[in-house]
Design a protein around this ligand. Sequence first.
Ligand code: AMP
Length: 300
Amino acid sequence: MSRVLVVGSVALDSVETPYGSQEEILGGSATYASVSASFFTPVNLVGVVGTDFPKAYLNLLKKRNIDLEGLEVRKGETFRWKGRYGYDLNVAFTLVTELNVFEQFNPRLPEKYCGLSHVFLANIDPDLQLSVLKQLNHPQFVALDSMGFWIEKKKRSLLQLLKKVDLALLNDQEARMLTGNTNLAKAGKELIRLGPQMVLIKKGEHGVLFFTKDFVFSTPAYLLETIKDPTGAGDTFAGGFMGYLAKGKKQDVASIRKAIIYGSVMASFSVEDFGLNRLLTLKSSDIQKRFNEFKLFTRF
Ligand code: AMP
């Protein structure tokens, strides 16, 4: 079984949705991805927090078999993000972003992380993502996430990165923005031309589109009646996807398709409650049950 290396933000989130609100809860792109991947395989996390970061949150991550040697604790305050969702839960409004210690973040991988085979570069400055890639010794599979902010500010670095990764994960808006194409079928093809072997476009509650140069795979999201907080759904997807691939060590088409469904299953659990609440009560049997249901309701 391979380990998954996750690099990204570890945050204290404050979230408002039509179904309630929570203050200063554990969040961040790397946190969601790591917890999700930890259901499949051990995880090594690289990120930064401030001295105010609650010990209880560190313990919670350790309990999930997440190696925290790469989580730097810097003097200062932890990164904070505050967001609001309206009735269209696909659209997040960022109210506050306080970078704090994240502003000086310069990821340095502990020696033992440099040889890891499966790497998820969660949403951070693309120049930092490039610097992580330079520290790695021939990883087998690298996936990349980004956001509109970096597409606007650092498009050149992002284009450079796309040539170096195996999979690019973007949401529909980001795919349109990066390619200048409103049509997602065209945007997916264009993204493949930009470098990665695989592109996955996330469409929130409408599922995902997956592209390679040879085929397209489309799947809906798991149909849910209760969605309380969509924060971190994309990162949870990526964690499940990477965790499943690392566990199986195979990268054939069938494994990739299954990894997409496991990613979707993990994301569907995550959004059922605020923050990581649902993921932290999840059992492996819940994941398998939902995976089997997914098979049933997409078969025709
Ligand atoms: P998502 O729902 O995929 O947009 O991811 C939400 C997570 O991203 C939250 O837990 C935030 O803490 C984190 N986040 C928000 N803004 C940023 C940013 N500029 N850089 C890194 N992480 C961020």
